[in-house]
Design a protein around this ligand. Structure first.
Ligand code: GDP
Ligand code: MG
Length: 444
């Protein structure tokens, strides 16, 4: 459950009113909560450490203003420091170079490079009246170049004609040449990713960079990148040299801790935020907004947005069909849990609403908080396909393996299995009826 950090700290520190300044012990107690909040937001461990060290230095001995409580004082110091570390001002794509300005998009497979290429191209076309050329250098996935071509058609932005058999480096050179001849102001190179960082990828990126001399190299990363964010950013920055970061899928359940991690290890600014699949879903980076989100502070506006996005009609329909047939295996449970996670867990929703803490506690007691859901999904993901379809296979030794794989224990696995059994039985009993009693049953 991510409660409001302010509430948590308040509970710890508000007894201290009356004292004039924050003591070492006060600050240590507060920083334990801060550390928890940051880890829940997926900030990488080493960054959490350096961050809390910085806050400690500023907070110990700090005067507590008369008008506010010590807890609020710490929150303010934490928040200010977070904003500063994220980069106090937003900076955007830099086009200050001789045309055609080359922008190179790098990142892992599926991080959103191609989508973001289209989004940036559309933005530069509409807002800055630039003539843009997009080129796909992704020769690894058969449909990748076609994907970008279609985005070009959709946005009305030029794409480099596809020629089969060319290497990524050759395509890059051809793109720059075509942009010169075509009078384009900007050329965006959409590179191929890999599922993980490896030597061939880094060599390819370095070679493309050498041949095309990009002015901007933007590392695109999924907002859900957890502890890996540090490695990812460090590797790309050391090996290729990035100029900025783009965080995608901020419309999802991530709290954006990766922004802090990647910024901290590279010192490079987050330039843009991807917040959806549509070509217009590209936002400027607002450090304050992300800081609020990382700390889990209330924000009614994002509550409304979240609620709207979570109504995923298609998935609901598919689930209803399965329920109608009385089928509900652990894959289905995982799907349900992911839906809940998408809402930031029940705690996420409640945390955004003022005065809902009582409800939050009730939900937390029923095991529907952010962290528990994360662990439950990890448990199911650690199972084999057969186990997911048939939980009866799960005897002691298998549970041990799953516990190790998911960082949980047998008790937690048993609790999950019990919940699943309860739900499956109910599905059967209902024989496809309404799912209305579902939540009630799970929380009962
Ligand atoms: P690439 O492999 O890095 O080029 O990734 P793609 O651009 O092909 O994106 C992979 C998937 O993520 C696609 O289905 C995109 O629609 C989706 N995607 C990209 N950016 C976002 C985003 O900001 N929000 C959401 N919800 N989906 C995104
Ligand atoms: Mg791509």
């Amino acid at each position: 459950m991510f409660e409001n950090l302010q509430e948590r700290l308040g509970a710890i520190l508000n007894g201290l009113t009356g004292r004039g300044s924050l003591s070492e012990a006060d600050v240590s107690a507060a920083l334990r909560e801060v550390r928890r909040a940051l880890l829940e937001a997926d900030v990488a461990l080493e960054v959490v450490r350096s961050f809390t060290d910085r806050v400690r230095e500023k907070a110990v001995g700090a005067e507590v203003l008369k008008s506010i409580k010590p807890g609020q004082m710490v929150v303010k110091i934490v928040h200010d420091e977070l904003v500063e570390m994220l980069g106090a001002e937003s900076s955007s794509v830099d086009l200050n170079a001789a045309a055609p300005v080359v922008i190179m998009m790098v990142g892992l497979q599926g991080s959103g490079k191609t989508t973001t290429t289209g989004k940036i191209a559309l933005r530069l076309t509409n807002r800055e009246r630039k003539k843009v050329l997009m080129a796909s250098l992704d020769t690894r996935r058969p449909a990748a170049q076609e994907q970008l071509r279609q985005l070009g058609v959709q946005t009305g932005v030029d794409t480099l004609p596809i020629i089969a058999g060319q290497s990524p480096v050759d395509i890059a050179a051809r793109a720059v040449q075509a942009a010169k001849l075509g009078g384009h102001d900007v050329v965006i190179l959409d590179t191929a990713g890999r599922t993980h960082i490896d030597e061939p990828l880094m060599l390819e990126m370095a070679e493309i960079k050498r041949k095309s001399n990009p002015h901007e190299i933007l590392l695109v990363a999924d907002a859900l990148t957890g502890q890996d964010a540090v490695n990812l950013a460090r590797n790309f920055d050391d090996r290729v040299g990035i100029t900025g970061l783009v965080l995608t899928r901020m419309d999802g359940d991530g709290r954006g801790g990766a922004a802090l991690s990647m910024r901290a290890v590279t010192g490079k600014p987050v330039k843009l935020i991807g917040a959806g699949e549509k070509m217009t879903d590209l936002d400027e980076f607002h450090p304050r907004r992300i800081a609020d989100r990382i700390l889990g502070m209330g924000d009614i506006v994002s509550l409304v947005e979240k609620a709207a996005e979570t109504i995923d009609a298609e998935k609901a329909a598919a689930m209803a069909q399965k329920m109608a047939k009385g089928k509900f295996d652990l894959n289905d449970l995982a799907e349900q849990l992911k839906q809940m996670q998408k809402m930031g867990g029940m705690g996420g929703i409640m945390g955004l609403m003022p005065g809902m803490s009582g409800m939050k506690d009730k939900l937390a007691g029923a095991g529907f908080d952010d962290k528990t859901i994360k662990r439950q999904i990890a448990i199911i993901q650690s199972m084999t396909k057969a186990e997911r379809l048939n939980p009866d296979l799960l005897k002691h030794s298998r549970k041990k393996r799953i516990a190790a794989g998911s960082g949980t224990d047998a008790a937690e696995i048993n609790k999950l299995l019990k919940m699943h059994r309860g739900m499956a039985d109910m599905m059967k009993a209902m024989g496809g009826g309404k799912g209305a009693g579902l939540m009630k049953q799970m929380m009962g």
